[in-house]
Design a protein around this ligand. Structure first.
Ligand code: MN
Length: 509
């Protein structure tokens, strides 16, 4: 399933005013055009920038904000004050704006032309004070936004805009996101549950329940020829023991049944227009009717790689967050996955957490070609020989994220992690990663636990905390970031301060 960036655009609006005469506005317009062309031509931005002209008055500022709200393609607005644009003229526009905002603090001219600079130059190149005036009104009005400061041609500046664009795309995607729960939450589990109404209000996505019996209607309709074709694809795509291709073995049948489950899942998700799903290993259909003979873990692995959000044991918050991570991660080289803190490995300064799941780890993070294997899995309602993709994951730095429901708000918890080489598990053949949470095992895990973090998280090698920061800013949710500088003492202070901040914030809203 694709969510290409091509369907989206980001608008660029230049702030000016008519004080300096029509010629100045014409020059501002020409400069802005050149800058937008330059940004689009840089190859550094994943989403097209569309120049929407100058806003010279309150009416014009309001009109462009309203137009942005009503245009489905527009996923965010970049504003830049080329001249001094008195910020009261932005009040009504900012009151209207519902799309994410990036305030770009840059200047058309790179260096001061010391010998030739005159008042005409100054009447044009006023970002130094113009952008502060605009920033003030945003802060005064409590407008959430990203501020990027830097020369517009610099890679660093463009990279920061690109990160924000990816967060905007994920945000737009989430406003139209449906997560399907096949079966309910795993009984008694607290951290994966939460307020689905508030999630829709705050983060945009909608969560529905679907009885497994309805999924089984799709399952019953899957054509054998389609299953045969998918099994052939498996054997082409993944390493496997040649014996697995022997159609007379139970193992082959298990692979075949897995392929059938995958086709059924994809069909119902497509029919419902869903972007993600959850499963529950205790709910796999009635034994006397159409049913899954094993947990559809292979299907979940492959659907995750395709972009479907996934959360195990009914974890819909992780399913939605994984979909968001996947959208932001599109086109980046190293991939993302749903993961679970599986078991600990104490080894002094290299103490680490093995990340895995009973089956469902996304092959996008694999270090080598995944291997298709069938082994007994003694969990859930139908203990059975079960197909799965087995691999270890790449070494390197990454970032993992989760959302928890604290009762009065959602908290996004983000932790930088260092993935080290994980080893094969011959007696527990599952896909895995092995990481050291930053700043180290002791502080990283203590901080995560104090923040109330889940055992499930959405990991990416490519997404840094800045992506999540932009996402949290757009969503207006709390973010707790655990990184190389984290100390438990400061983290506790932050958590206590945030408790008050969000209580007051809620009262003010
Ligand atoms: Mn789990």
């Amino acid at each position: 399933m694709n969510s290409s960036f091509e369907q989206y655009e980001v608008w660029f609006v230049t702030g000016a005013q008519l004080l300096y005469g029509g010629d100045a506005v014409i020059a501002v317009d020409a400069h802005s055009n050149e800058m937008v062309k330059g940004l689009n031509g840089s190859g550094k931005l994943p989403i097209k920038v569309v120049y929407k002209g100058t806003a010279n008055s309150s009416k014009e500022a309001e009109a462009v904000m309203k137009a942005a709200n009503n245009d489905d393609k527009c996923i965010g607005i970049i504003t830049w004050m080329h001249t001094f644009s008195p910020a009261k003229m932005w009040i009504h526009g900012l009151q209207q704006l519902k799309k994410p905002l990036l305030h770009l603090h840059t200047q058309y001219n790179k260096e001061i032309p010391w010998d030739t600079m005159d008042m005409d130059f100054m009447n044009l190149n006023q970002s130094a004070h113009g952008d502060r005036e605009f920033g003030h009104i945003c802060t005064r009005m409590r407008i959430r936004r990203k501020v990027v400061a830097g020369y517009w041609k610099d890679e660093d500046t463009q990279h920061k805009i690109g990160i924000w664009m990816r967060a905007c795309a994920a945000w737009a995607d989430a406003q139209d996101m449906l997560i399907i729960r096949f079966g309910d939450q795993m009984n008694n589990v607290a951290v994966t549950d939460g307020d689905k109404v508030e999630a829709e209000v705050r983060m945009g996505y909608h969560v529905d329940y679907c009885p497994v019996s309805e999924l089984m209607e799709y399952h019953a309709q899957v054509k054998d020829a389609d299953v045969d074709a998918l099994v052939t694809t498996y054997f082409q795509e993944y390493d496997h023991d040649k014996k697995l291709e022997d159609k007379h073995t139970e193992a082959y049948q298990k692979v075949w049944n897995s392929a059938k489950a995958e086709i059924a899942l994809r069909a119902i998700l497509k029919a419902k227009g869903a972007k993600g799903f959850t499963t529950n290993f205790d709910d796999l259909g009635q034994t006397d009717g159409s049913h899954f003979d094993q947990i559809p873990g292979l299907a979940s692995q492959r659907l995750m790689a395709e972009g479907y959000g996934f959360g195990a044991e009914g974890d819909w918050k992780s399913a939605a967050l994984y979909r968001t991570a996947w959208v932001m991660n599109q086109g980046l080289p190293n991939g993302c996955s749903f993961l679970e803190d599986y078991t600990l490995n104490f080894n002094n300064t290299n103490s680490a957490i093995l990340q895995a799941h009973m089956l469902e780890v996304c092959p996008l993070i694999a270090a080598q070609k995944p291997r298709l294997e069938v082994h007994f899995l003694g969990i859930g309602i139908r203990k059975s020989q079960t197909a799965r993709l087995v691999f270890t994951s790449k070494a390197g730095t990454g970032c993992t994220a989760t959302v928890v429901d604290l009762g009065n708000r959602f908290r996004l918890i983000v932790n930088d992690v260092k993935c080290i080489e994980s080893k094969p598990l011959p007696k527990l053949p599952v896909a895995s990663a092995l990481w050291i949470p930053q700043p180290n095992f002791e502080v990283g895990t203590s901080a995560w636990i104090l923040a109330g973090g889940t055992h499930h998280s959405c990991f990416s090698y490519d997404l840094t905390a800045e992506y999540w920061e932009d996402y949290a800013e757009i969503a207006g949710i709390e973010m707790v970031y655990i990184n190389k500088d984290t100390t438990i003492c400061d983290l506790k202070k932050e958590l206590r301060m945030n408790e008050i901040y969000y209580m007051l914030n809620k009262a003010l809203c």
